[in-house]
Design a protein around this ligand. Structure first.
Ligand SMILES: Nc1nc2c(ncn2[C@@H]2O[C@H](COP(=O)(O)OP(=O)(O)O)[C@@H](O)[C@H]2O)c(=O)[nH]1
Ligand SMILES: [Mg+2]
Length: 246
């Protein structure tokens, strides 16, 4: 049953390991969408505002609509455990440029375990890239398996790094239980159109009340050996650990 229609800004998170192309993807979306949607961007860097400066200098959006959160600590924390600084930045941006259609939130580059809290973003993209190795898609983790969209980026580099992007997409698809995967390259207009169509689809679903934020969860699916009784070596919330087998 859809909720009632909303004009509230759609908050879209972009996360994934350092260098996979998060800032570039956000610049791409601004370039493609800024003339038809009212946009804002929040970046997260650990010690600098480098990403915000890169995006401002890309000239794809009014620089005032791009704000940096300096996390000062593990970037994972600021998008999941204590989202206060990010939430305040998003809310300030939405108030200053109301009505915004879409706010893009870039996570600080982290490893394969980081995903956004659904209290911060309505929907999220996880990025990996072919240059990181063809086996990354099979390594799993909550972003790869359960983000709303998985992007396998930089497919143009496949021949240079000995990776078959189609195989990587197929490996990723097999761990995602039907959730979408897009093979993306900044040099492939058809792939950019596919990404833009996915974002427009999420915005439409958000507006008609049929988008329900899902938590990819901090835990990758895993199982314990038969002798492992009290989870002595780690604590976690089983409600968040889908596919958790004991
Ligand atoms: N060849 C290629 N390089 C890309 C592509 N997308 C991003 N890059 C490059 O990858 C590097 C890291 O990108 P960036 O967006 O800063 O990654 P981030 O750390 O995830 O934000 C930069 O040098 C980009 O120019 C792509 O589709 N193809
Ligand atoms: Mg970046």
């Amino acid at each position: 049953m859809p909720d009632s229609p909303t004009r509230r800004t759609l908050r879209l998170g972009v996360c994934g390991p350092v260098g996979t192309g998060k800032s570039s993807l956000i610049a791409m979306l601004c370039r493609e969408l800024a003339d038809r949607l009212s946009l804002g961007v929040i970046t997260n860097d650990i010690y600098t505002d480098e990403d915000a400066r890169f995006l401002r200098s890309a000239g794809v959006l009014d620089p005032a609509r791009i704000r940096a959160v300096e996390t000062g600590a593990c970037p994972h924390t600021a998008i999941r455990d204590d989202i206060t600084a990010n939430l305040m930045a998003v809310e300030d941006l939405e108030a200053d440029f109301a009505p915004l259609d879409l706010v893009l939130v870039e996570s600080g580059g982290d490893n394969l375990t980081a995903t956004f809290s659904p209290a911060l973003v309505d929907t999220q993209i996880f990025l990996i890239d072919v240059a990181g190795g063809g086996d990354v898609a099979r390594k799993g983790g909550p972003g790869i398996t359960r983000a709303d969209l998985l992007v396998v980026n930089k497919t143009d580099l496949g021949p240079y790094v000995g990776v078959d992007p189609a195989q990587m997409v197929s490996d990723a698809g097999s761990v995602r239980d039907g959730r979408p995967v897009i093979a993306l390259s900044a040099h492939d207009p058809a792939s950019i159109a596919e990404l833009v169509a996915w974002v427009i689809g999420r915005l439409a679903a958000h507006r008609d009340g049929s988008l329900h934020p899902a938590d990819p969860g901090p835990m990758a699916p895993h199982s314990h050996g038969p002798s492992h009784e009290g989870h002595g070596d780690h604590d976690h919330d089983h409600a968040l650990a889908a596919d958790h087998v004991h």
